[in-house]
Design a protein around this ligand. Structure first.
Ligand code: C2O
Length: 581
């Protein structure tokens, strides 16, 4: 049972803003929210009761929801939100999945605080395909916002200009080292002129945060707090499984531990070929399981989460810290430090992402679709549209789009409109290719015209049809990374490159043998990622940038997958307690 309540939480001490308290929406009184444990093949029932003034819905990020789209959770896509005072039971079966995922609110920006780990253990008696760890630890990376995030989103919607500034990044709820802690928090609150100027000067939403956190704790914050943040106790010689989750709204993050390598064994609840690395990169919505062996005798070692942003303009160099603490080490022992990669360390990110390969074992084969029914190319990016009424933006505003369509949220849920044949809610004319001239010649980052149209457009797929989708970053403002999340499916990341996708030469380099399988892809700044999946899940499935501000601006669309004709190929009927709009 998840109980959503408004609670007061004191984040830090002292006087600066980051150290102030504010009411946040918590689940069962917790931030981060409670961990949901289940096993593969379990049927899960979660009763969510809304005790707050906002409408709410919860998404089980990465759960396939085979035939149970009603339980997927994105507000106005698969369900109407749960109104204040009401409950809804999410009822779904975990089919063929085990690993680490996350759950989070899927309406407005409430997921800033309404999120938690979702741990799916293998079936009883089934071992991991890697040595059993001594212990498992959840590591939730997040942000801390001093202000009410709903105020922030309203500002973003009204002005179309970038107030996407959190006040902290967190590791298990605690921000780390935060330079200029006291002044950062004023940034988006200051007069709109400052916000507009910064947004216009930089050309793109500067994802500047005031701190990051690890498991809700900021750690040491200069001029603010000397608290060390989240502590992970370890015993020398033992191996631990870290279930690392990026639950931040707007920031991809690097994660590393001083003096220790990480062995990556799983991402997005799919097993990968184990490999060693000292740094991981993880986008919002992504999860990474890493083994870490406590191979030192004693000591304290810094755990760091810092931003990765391959954008020429935005600056965010805030690092969240936590501590790996060997049992028996005196508290006064100095911590062995590590310096995280710089914000624009694209090489570090690419080398991590390119090292990810599906485990592709006998038990866990990579079933990559080889014959393709829908060969799609979607541009994803941000542009500036005229907006005469946007005073704050001097007559223009930032828009996000996919194939130049800026998605308009409907006022009733798409899945209900589809199943009950309610007309006028959406159209199925989403373009399968960019509608404007597009330069395929390679070279500099793609720069498609982003003159956008608005619409609630879906792309329709027949049951069991196969899809190859190239997601190409474009931008009239500047190139930027986009973590693109597809609901209802896992997909194989068969190719990835910089510059413009070349449909003649690039497919020859695709990995169709052991490509990593995920639910959230990293689209490189000014580059592309090719994914493949089978449309074996009937329903309406949201696809969007998991940088929340980009979603807000319209960088989102949805697929409509028809029912199949055979047994067990149709969407199940809607639950009786499904909320109404
Ligand atoms: Cu984790 Cu549609 O989101």
């Amino acid at each position: 049972f998840l109980d959503l309540k408004l609670a007061e939480r004191v984040v830090l001490r002292n006087k600066t803003k980051l150290c102030s308290s504010k009411p946040i929406v918590t689940v069962n009184g917790k931030f981060p929210g409670p961990t949901l444990y289940a096993r593969e093949d379990d049927t899960v029932l979660v009763k969510v009761t809304n005790h707050v003034k906002y409408n709410l819905s919860i998404h089980w990020h990465g759960i396939r929801q085979l035939r149970t789209g009603w339980a997927d959770g994105p507000a106005y896509i698969t369900q109407c939100p749960i109104p204040t005072g009401q409950s809804y039971v999410y009822n779904f079966t975990i089919t063929g999945q085990r690993g680490t995922l996350l759950w989070h609110a899927h309406i407005l920006w409430l997921r800033a605080t309404v999120h938690g780990a979702l741990v799916i253990l293998p079936k009883r008696g089934v071992p991991y395909p890697f040595p059993a760890p001594h212990k498992e630890v959840n590591v939730l990376l997040g942000e801390w916002w001093k202000s009410d995030t709903e105020t922030v989103i309203n500002q973003a919607l009204k002005s179309g200009i970038a107030p996407n500034v959190s006040d902290a990044h967190t590791i298990n709820g605690h921000p780390g080292v935060v330079p200029n802690c006291s002044s950062q928090g004023e940034w988006w609150k200051s007069d709109t002129e400052t916000v507009i100027n910064q947004a216009l000067k930089s050309g793109i939403a500067p994802n500047v945060s005031d701190a990051h956190t690890i498991n809700g704790h900021p750690g040491v914050v200069p001029n603010c707090s000397s608290q060390g943040g989240f502590t992970l106790p370890v015993e020398s010689g033992k191996t631990y499984l870290l279930r690392i989750i990026n639950a931040a709204l707007n920031e991809e993050l690097f994660f590393k531990i001083a003096g220790h390598n990480l062995t990556i064994v799983e991402v997005d609840a799919t097993y990968v070929k184990p490999f060693k690395t000292d740094t991981i990169v993880i986008a919002p919505g992504q999860t990474t399981n890493a083994l870490v062996t406590a191979n030192q005798n004693s000591g304290k070692y810094m755990v760091a989460a810092s931003p990765f942003m391959d954008s020429p303009i935005a600056v965010d160099n805030l690092t969240a810290t936590a501590t790996l603490h060997y049992t028996g080490t005196l508290a006064s022992t100095p911590t062995t430090l590590t310096s995280p990669p710089p914000q624009n360390a694209t090489q570090v990110a690419n080398s991590f992402i390119n090292s990810l390969k599906a485990l592709n074992s006998n038990k866990f084969p990579a079933k990559v679709p080889l014959k393709i029914d829908h060969n799609l190319l979607f541009t994803v990016g941000l542009g500036i549209n005229p907006c005469p009424s946007c005073k704050a933006g001097n007559g223009s505003r930032v828009v996000g789009s996919v194939n130049n369509v800026s998605f308009v949220m409907p006022t009733t849920a798409l899945l209900q409109a589809h199943v009950f044949n309610k007309s006028g809610v959406f159209t199925t004319d989403f373009p399968g290719n960019p509608p404007t001239a597009f330069n395929y010649s390679g070279g500099p980052p793609a720069n498609a015209s982003l003159a956008t149209t608005n619409g609630t457009k879906l792309y329709r797929l027949a049951y069991n049809s196969t899809v190859q989708l190239v997601l190409q970053d474009t931008g009239t403002i500047a190139p930027e990374n986009h973590p693109i999340h597809l609901h209802g499916f896992n997909f194989f990341c068969v190719g990835r490159g910089v510059g413009n996708y070349n449909p003649k030469t690039d497919p020859k380099k695709f990995n169709l043998v052991d490509p990593v399988e995920r639910n959230t892809a990293n689209i490189p700044s000014g580059g592309w990622t090719a994914i493949r999946f089978v449309a074996d899940n009937p329903g309406v499935w949201f696809m969007h940038c998991h940088l929340e501000v980009h979603t807000t601006w319209g960088l989102k669309m949805a697929f409509l997958v028809d029912n199949g004709k055979g047994p067990n190929q149709s969407l199940l009927p809607p639950p009786k307690d499904l909320p109404k709009c």
